[in-house]
Design a protein around this ligand. Structure first.
Ligand code: PMP
Length: 452
């Protein structure tokens, strides 16, 4: 018979999978260490067991004790598995930017979860670090894992992730690309690989809003680098002891948008449903592709599973609200939504009274003014009415070109709606666009509101 004695024995030995379509522009062989195959669906299972193994060995936790940790979910999941199998209680503190799915998963495994505010200093008593520390002092026989500074974290990857990657690539790996949070994954894996071959390049992926890259390049911990971001699992506002800056060759920052789009590509083009930071790693690889050659063997570590982000990066509305979708509503979509698609215009020598009549009949508030088929200006209902009011007696023969304002700005049919507002002015709240049949269309602020 072949079986495991408990779920913890299934941790590790995850597959290395070649990426194909999403790396078609990269000259190197790109392999993904897909850590979703761990029982908790993330790489953090590896270090969770190691932290508890080491705590048990040194007597820091005893039977029936309570595991405490600040975790964005994945470490919590690994620790919850250990707690179930070994009979511990679990209390996790997490930040309010984490997916609800992640928090519910921890609760499903019997853990207690305390949600703390994200946008407070780590030293603030409300932060998830401070709350975890306080609980660990108050609760007897409790062990605060402190994955940031507990070196069992990196050691787990030195003992498992590193050797697996070395063996799976037959020692041919040339580059390791890893998102950096606590730093455990990159530092432990890199230490093993560099011991085997010091020429292997170690590239850390960071987020905008995190201190790592600047600190690595300048030695300066710059608080100005810190601001809220959306990517989950990587980037920090502290320097965890598990980040071994000396072993990392470079840091690359990836934006929230690029990471989200890259994660969606991994799902749709490779069939691998992964978390946000996997997108960061892939986008980082793309940003660094010029440094690679056809002889390189690149390993990306993908930390966690996409099921935890279904309400976020895999949800079109969530993506759209943040302006992350390239399929954002465009001018052409708004034109399609217009009920009356005809293009109305007036000649420059048209009498303004006639123009007012046309506007009333067609329920139009502004019109392009044409001369020899060129659009030379715009006339609006407001400007006509003002003119008639100011010149009540001698307006009958006046031509529209005498009161017209500048032409409406011309925009492309592909202009995203989010940029359209910049084109509208108070005087001319409309734009002109031309479709593939060379047919003009006017799009006013009012059309946009009606379409929405
Ligand atoms: N991605 C995800 C989704 C994570 O949960 C983590 C852990 N914070 C990381 C990347 C970074 O891993 P590490 O903490 O080992 O640097």
């Amino acid at each position: 018979m072949k079986y495991y004695n408990n779920i913890l024995e299934t941790i590790g030995n995850t597959p290395l999978i070649k990426l194909n379509k999403v790396t078609s522009n990269i000259p190197a062989l790109v392999l993904a260490k897909v850590e979703t195959f761990n029982p908790g669906n993330s790489i953090k299972d590896r270090m969770a067991v190691k932290m508890i193994d080491d705590a048990e060995a040194s007597g820091k936790i005893k039977a029936g004790g309570t595991i405490i940790e600040c975790t964005s979910g994945n470490t919590g999941m690994g620790l919850a598995l250990v707690a179930c199998v070994r009979g511990y209680k679990c209390i996790f503190t997490t930040s309010d930017k984490q997916s609800k799915e992640k928090i519910d998963l921890l609760k499903a495994l019997g853990a207690e979860v305390i949600v703390c505010p994200t946008n407070v200093e780590p030293t603030d008593p409300r932060s998830y670090y401070s709350v975890a520390e306080k609980l660990s002092k108050e609760i007897n026989n409790s062990f605060w894992c402190n994955q940031y500074d507990n070196l069992s974290n990196a050691q787990a990857h030195y003992e498992s992730t590193g050797p697996e990657i070395w063996d799976q690539t037959d020692g041919k790996i040339t580059h390791l690309i890893v998102g950096v949070g606590t730093g455990g994954t990159i530092s432990g894996t890199a230490r093993y690989l560099k011991e085997k071959n010091p020429n292997i390049k170690i590239w850390g992926i960071d987020t905008y809003g995190s201190v790592f890259k600047k600190y690595h390049e300048t030695g300066i911990f710059d608080e100005k680098e810190i601001y809220p971001y959306i990517t989950e699992g990587i980037g920090e506002d502290i320097l965890p002891k598990n980040v071994d800056f000396s072993i990392i060759d470079l840091f690359e920052k990836v934006s929230d948008k690029d990471a989200a789009i890259a994660a969606r590509r991994l799902a749709r083009e490779e069939g691998i449903l992964l978390g946000y930071s996997a997108g960061s790693a892939l986008a980082g690889l793309n940003q660094l592709s010029e440094k690679l050659t056809k002889d390189d063997v690149v390993v990306l570590i993908f930390h966690d599973h996409g099921s935890r982000y279904i309400g976020k990066i895999y949800n079109d509305d969530w993506m759209r609200e943040r302006g992350f979708l390239d399929s954002e509503i465009k001018v052409k979509d708004l034109i399609l939504a217009k009920k009356d698609k005809a293009f109305y215009s007036v000649e420059a020598n048209e009498k303004i009274r006639n123009v007012l009549k046309i506007m009333k009949e067609r329920d139009i508030s502004q019109l392009p003014v044409l001369e020899n088929d060129d659009i030379i200006g715009t006339v609006s209902e407001n400007s006509i009415l003002s003119f008639i009011l100011e010149n009540p007696l001698n307006n009958a023969d006046k031509e529209v070109k005498q009161i017209m304002s500048d032409p409406m700005p011309k925009v492309s049919m592909d202009l995203p709606m989010s940029l359209l507002n910049k084109c509208f002015t108070e005087k001319i709240p409309g734009v002109i666009t031309k479709d593939q049949n060379n047919q003009y269309h006017v799009l006013t602020k009012y059309d946009v509101i009606r379409a929405l």
